[in-house]
Design a protein around this ligand. Structure first.
Ligand code: SF4
Length: 216
């Protein structure tokens, strides 16, 4: 069972994260809201690095929702075939673009409640888009945020959705920075295997799991 961080510890962890990662942004490459949304949809269960390799050709072929809405499914599949779950992702990308054109006059809505109405866009995708594009005070939980928040005792919730709720309640403000911080901290320091506890972690004193990673 995960030990909970105290209120004092939560505040200290927040301070350290904000200090280390203030101004951090996603590692996905994009130039507008459409490209960000497509990249975030592709990044589910896939690395940002892989998505960044795929998207230049995809955006060249389909530079806006209108062109993607009229795309040939097989062509989209072949452009994103090195991405995990490319069959479903290709279908969802086209459906998303079609709903942008049919229901939102071709403009991607910048509102999490509207974004989730788009095909293939769940709450996590909508929140990541809002966090990145507008700096919204929202939390989104991916595999890194889930792992880091549990190791630090910020959450003991069993699912990503419940973890997001718990983090929102406990951390309250600066959620966009804290989200980016936990993604990057989890990707490069508090990795799933062999986390860099002794060499790079600046949160050791608050960690509820470091004993598990000590050299035997
Ligand atoms: S001490 Fe290790 S497991 Fe704990 S937060 Fe730091 S890197 Fe992660």
């Amino acid at each position: 069972m995960v030990k909970k961080a105290t209120k004092k510890e939560i505040e200290a962890i927040r301070e350290k994260f904000v200090e280390q990662y203030s101004g951090a942004v996603t590692e996905l490459n994009y130039t507008n809201l459409y490209e960000l949304l497509v990249s975030v949809m592709l990044s589910a269960q896939c690395t940002d690095k892989r998505v960044n390799i795929i998207t230049p050709a995809l955006f060249q072929a389909y530079p806006d929702p209108q062109s993607l809405a009229n795309a040939d499914l097989e062509e989209v599949k072949s452009l994103i075939k090195t991405c995990s779950f490319f069959n479903n992702k290709a279908k969802n990308l086209i459906k998303m673009a079609q709903s942008v054109c049919d229901d939102f006059a071709g403009e991607i809505p910048l509102d999490p409640k509207e974004l989730v109405k788009l095909a293939g866009v769940g709450e996590k995708t909508a929140n990541v888009v809002m966090i990145e594009y507008t700096g919204a005070n929202l939390m989104a939980v991916d595999t890194h945020v889930f792992r880091v928040s549990h190791r630090l005792g910020l959450s003991d919730a069993p699912t990503a959705t419940k973890t997001a709720e718990q983090l929102t309640k406990r951390l309250k403000t600066d959620l966009h920075t804290l989200h980016q911080a936990m993604v990057l901290f989890g990707r490069y320091i508090c990795t799933a295997k062999n986390p860099k506890c002794e060499t790079e972690c600046f949160l050791q004193e608050f960690c509820k799991s470091k004993e598990s990673f000590k050299a035997k």
